[in-house]
Design a protein around this ligand. Structure first.
Ligand code: GLY
Length: 333
């Protein structure tokens, strides 16, 4: 079993990565917990044993379940069961479960501990790590949320064998992103070590800038165009597939701006393709609509902002000209 610590002083926690990690749940609970509310979805396919009194609180599947209504239902059910601040919420599932269970845990009784059992690649390398929780509003995704660090995260790599291919690709986009955050040769690592290295890279970024004052935004590499593709809502793309396209777009944009050379763009395309992710826009993509959505990205803070590669590695670049955005889009059409 591999262990990575997210070093946040009194809120530091361990992430365990390996086959059978979910069986470590009882040991991973904060001390003194006597009751556990297990939040999960139908079809997740694992039973966890926290070793203390527990009850399962299922939530819906699909993006509609990521709502304030679901969080209210959970909090009311916790109250009816008598969960209190000395107890613990355990989220068992992918990113939707950790976002919703974490948000409910962060506001119930003004905050109860939460532990995640991550069952998807996306949750293991991204969603369950770093303490972001949240739900959608009709006006946009992830518009309401909190920073609430878990007490532990268990990444059970046994579960990856049964992950459907598109669910795998959803996480693979995030993994592809980590290839460009540091100079590591992630491709040379076996899968468990690669997941652990991704967690380690994210843990270091989060420990440095938990609340995204600046550095944590680098984790959004490839996500600006990806979010536009997802927000448009009519392309059949999983998150990681959209991130694959977004990574290549960011590379083409950096190349167009003279920040990186053609070899580095080719490296982006090769990494994205190695995860069987698309590196071009869908054939029916509407470039004008996508660039309008890019302009509205909630992380842009008033000017078109991208995380871009360059001679000094990834950097936040603000105020990019519309003509450059169009030229880079042509390169991925
Ligand atoms: N998924 C990006 C972050 O956790 O900051």
């Amino acid at each position: 079993m591999l262990t990575v610590t997210v070093a946040l002083e009194e809120r530091a926690y361990d992430v365990l990565i390996g086959p059978g990690a979910s069986r470590e749940l009882a040991a991973a609970l904060p001390s003194g917990v006597t009751k556990v509310a297990v939040v999960t979805q139908p079809g997740i396919g694992i039973d966890v044993d926290p070793g203390v009194e527990h009850r399962v609180f299922p939530i819906g599947t699909g993006e509609d379940a990521k709502s304030i209504a679901t969080v209210e239902e959970l909090c009311r059910a916790f109250a009816q069961w008598g969960l209190n601040r000395a107890d613990c919420v355990v989220g068992v599932g992918g990113g939707l479960v950790s976002d919703v269970a974490g948000f409910a845990a962060s506001i119930y009784h003004r905050g109860v501990p939460v532990v995640y059992v991550a069952t998807t690649l996306l949750a293991m390398v991204d969603a369950a790590i770093g303490g972001k929780t949240g739900v959608n509003l009709p006006e946009g995704k992830n518009l309401v949320g909190t920073y609430w660090q878990p007490s532990a995260v268990l990444c059970d790599t046994d579960l990856l064998a049964s992950l459907p291919p598109r669910e795998w690709r959803s996480g693979a986009g995030e993994m592809a992103k980590y290839h460009f955050l540091t100079g590591d040769d992630l491709a040379a690592l076996p899968i468990e070590e690669r997941i652990a290295r991704c967690v380690e890279i994210k843990a270091a970024v989060v420990a440095d800038d938990e609340r995204e004052a600046e550095g944590r935004a680098l984790l959004n590499y490839g996500h600006t165009l990806a979010h536009a593709l997802e927000t448009a809502g009519r392309y059949d793309l999983r998150h990681g597939e959209a991130v694959g396209i977004g990574l290549v777009y960011a590379a083409e944009l950096a190349h167009h701006l003279g920040r990186i050379d053609a070899d580095r763009v080719a490296e982006h395309r090769a990494v994205v393709s190695s995860y069987e992710l698309p590196d071009r826009l869908p054939s029916d993509a509407d470039g004008d609509e996508l660039l309008t959505l890019v302009g509205r990205d909630k992380k842009a803070l008033g000017a078109v902002t991208f995380v871009l590669d360059g001679p000094a590695g990834l950097e936040i670049v603000r105020g990019i000209d519309h003509r450059d955005l169009v030229a880079a889009l042509e390169a991925i059409t």
